[in-house]
Design a protein around this ligand. Sequence first.
Ligand code: NAD
Length: 481
Amino acid sequence: MDKIKNYIDGILTTPYSNNYFNNFDPSTGGVFTMIPDSGAEDVELAVSAAERAFPAWSATSVEERYDLLMSIARLLKERLEKFALAESMDNGKPLKLARTVDIPRAIKNFEFFSNAITQFSSEAHSTDNVAINYTLRQPLGIVGAISPWNLPLYLFTWKVAPALAAGNCVIAKPSEVTPLTAYLLSELFIEAGFPQGVFNVIHGYGHTAGKAIVSHPQIKAVTFTGGTRTGKDIAAIAAPMFKKLSLELGGKNPTVIFADCNYEQMLETTVRSSFTNQGEICLCGSRILVERSIYEKFRKDFTEKVKALRVGDPLLEETDTGAIVSKQHFDKIMYHISLAVNEGGRVLCGGKAARLPGRCSGGWFIEPTVIENLPYNCRTNLEEIFGPVVTLMPFDTEEQAIGISNSTEYGLASILWTENLTRAHRIAAELKSGIVWINCWMLRDLRTPFGGVKNSGVGREGGLEALRFFTEPKNVCIKLN
Ligand code: NAD
């Protein structure tokens, strides 16, 4: 059985405890690799390595960092197929999705931030004729990066690339549910000739390895993507230590559909925004609000299309939705489906586990599920399920649609379908979320601020926001006379 290794001080290494735990392939239910059970000792070693590396790394020129990060992008491009297969086996997502979305986006993250740092500049403020102020933006030192399992390499590199580009050393922990591509990435850092100790990867559980990163006094900032409850635990440790924090948390995103939308485009995109990656994307729309005049038509057309989605072996080209990432998450989603039924929900399609023959007979699959007849304020419509489950709700007025959209504790993304331009702008301003997509979904420009409001997070990632997060501004004031 292959053992995944930590990457500390430029070397692939075993965990201090010498203990490992199982890594499952969700499409078969079988164990296919072993994960280091790391803890505070491993984090300590990584921090020491990063402390040694930081003076030289933070003094490298922008061109040197650009070259090194671009060589990671190039190596990833060469190994795209290997990484896509690893991601699909680890997460259960369709291989074709990993090949066309996850790994290409990880490549883009390195390309984007190696370019972005060459364009990064700081401000100057002239104070009448008395003084001139300029802002130095210096790297923070050692930063911690903790990422989730749903878009493993995509989100891992979304943090690592800007942190390194800005001149920091990084201690990163991928999700213990999907650690494989982060491990393979550390091999590329060796191949690219990255200086030792600049980038370190610690594998293991959140409550041990993750917590050791968050609570280490030499780690000056923590960038985290994951669940809201975990974000709260992290903030409780990091905030009193006055660490810089970026928290990208859960969501319960509304898709709001008006009768005047481009119906065909809306229908096709809403199937995607509901069920891509088994609905395990923080940006998926899980509450679908439909203007009453087209509710019956939409329900019929949508359900028909969802029934046609092929749940199957992630390795097959024809598969639309793959396996649920873990048995634990599978059980959580099934619980939520039964809760929805107990709350009075009517299941229009799906609602049960999908049984696959052959290779995948032991895997964790759930049929794409559409539920209606639930009040907007029941648990099903308030709590994040993070799986292939959506609810349908009719609405009568714009005010009602906005009210329902804003009625959860979350505020990550909203999706709006209307051809009425003034209404689109009006509602976009009213929706309490960090991102609003109008007549589209997952159209991403990496320069834009990315993040949520309310319990969906604190801070923004992307473009200059990320480079600002990973640098400390220092004002220098020079008196002119
Ligand atoms: P999770 O919070 O369980 O785990 C995320 C990471 O945090 C993992 O690496 C885990 O090991 C680590 N962790 C857990 N407990 C920790 C602790 N006490 N201290 C430090 N680290 C700890 O989340 P998950 O189940 O992996 O991911 C799903 C969640 O992520 C969903 O809620 C989803 O909405 C959210 N998510 C948000 C975004 C976003 O951009 N806002 C993107 C993707 C996923």
